[in-house]
Design a protein around this ligand. Structure first.
Ligand SMILES: [Zn+2]
Length: 368
């Protein structure tokens, strides 16, 4: 039998598949693979919003525009999050970027923290766990000593100090065309958990979290020199698919020495010292670098990470004549909930309560 070329059906099928591939937000060129926030399979959450947009393009005002926009929470709805709560809580938030103190409704603040601290494409149950974590951290600080950056502040908007907080404007830039679907997901996650906090002995706990643990979280004692029964090391398997799970950072020996001296002038180190004397001395129980020796002087892994702005203390290094390469696994201090691990657990069918009790063992989920 004579075949027709080109095979029409096959071509149409390939065309349809590549359209779906694009609509999923799937990467085509290597650069796009690198910039994926979430494992590629998870990008499917974008499909409904993209289909909607394509339909609008092809079929005009499909069932009137107001109907579709009504499904999306407006800025007012974000601001009204938690307004029905029987005990509305107002926080004093130090806006570190604008350098002013702002009063903010707790749930609206939680929305901004989740948006800043976790990729909005993460699984819904992971977003809910993050919402509870963000709320708990804020209330812990409110009943405790607050934020030390400003007089009268409960929390600040600085990620490295209290928690990051994203404004509507920064989210418009960050989310672009996906703004509405991401906003809807986050509003759902925040309102589904409204008022819920993690407690230990009836009090809100000191919540810590980080992006990627690298397989096992760290005991808080190893990083912050205080021991807490609910911030202990737990298993966090299955994070490998996440972007940034393993990354190398290269410095010239000169640059590495300069950075170390900037933070620790007493080291007075040289590229030659690094080359000849730098060794990892001890590891913590989870395999992270606990101490290093440089010229016979001890440096903690945490300080070393800070000086060189490394992604984590879970690293090894290699050197050649004039450069040093750090092979890092994971991202962040490693204490408390791993966001990548939470996303993995959610993808495996676990709910946010199970995720939280895994990463903060011995705690209870309560309504405040
Ligand atoms: Zn702060």
């Amino acid at each position: 039998m004579k075949r027709r070329y080109p095979p029409i059906k096959l071509s149409l099928l390939l065309l349809a598949l590549s359209l779906i591939w694009r609509m999923l937000g799937a990467p085509v060129v290597p650069g796009e693979w690198k910039s994926l926030d979430v494992p590629f399979w998870q990008a499917r959450i974008l499909l409904p919003s993209r289909l909607e947009r394509v339909m609008t393009l092809w079929c005009g005002q499909m069932g009137s525009k107001s109907e579709t926009t009504d499904q999306h929470p407006s800025e007012e709805q974000v601001a009204l999050l938690g307004a029905e709560s029987s005990r509305p809580v107002t926080l004093q938030v130090w806006n570190a970027q604008a350098e002013r103190l702002e009063s903010m409704e707790l749930e609206a603040y939680v929305y901004g923290v989740v948006a800043a601290e976790m990729p909005a494409a993460y699984h819904t149950e992971a977003l809910k766990a993050q919402a509870v974590a963000a709320r708990t951290r804020a209330l812990y600080q409110q009943v405790g000593t607050g934020c030390s950056l400003a007089e009268g502040a409960d929390v600040c908007t600085q990620s490295g100090h209290c928690q990051g907080y994203a404004t509507a404007q920064s989210l418009a830039d960050k989310w672009g065309n996906e703004y509405e679907i991401y906003q809807r997901r986050l509003v759902e996650a925040v309102s589904a958990t409204a008022g819920q906090v993690l407690t230990y002995d009836g009090e809100p706990i000191l919540v810590m979290y980080h992006a990627i643990s690298g397989g096992r979280t760290e005991d808080v004692q190893a990083v912050f020199s205080q021991s807490l029964p609910y911030l202990v090391s737990v298993d966090s398997a299955g994070e490998e698919g996440i972007r940034g799970y393993r990354e190398d950072t290269v410095f010239s020996l000169e640059e590495a020495a300069k950075r170390l001296n900037d933070l620790f002038p007493e080291l007075n180190t040289t590229p030659d010292d690094l080359q000849k004397t730098l060794v990892i001395a001890t590891h913590t129980a989870t395999g992270r670098v606990e101490t290093l020796l440089l010229n016979g002087r001890e440096i903690s892994g945490t300080d070393f990470r800070k000086a060189l702005n490394l992604r984590s203390t879970l690293f090894t290094f290699t050197m050649d004549a004039d450069s040093i390469t750090f092979h890092q696994t994971g991202y962040g201090h490693g204490v408390g909930m791993s966001q990548a691990g939470a996303n993995r657990m959610a993808a495996d069918g676990e709910g946010y309560a199970a995720i939280l009790s895994h990463y903060y063992p011995g705690t209870a989920l309560e309504r405040q």
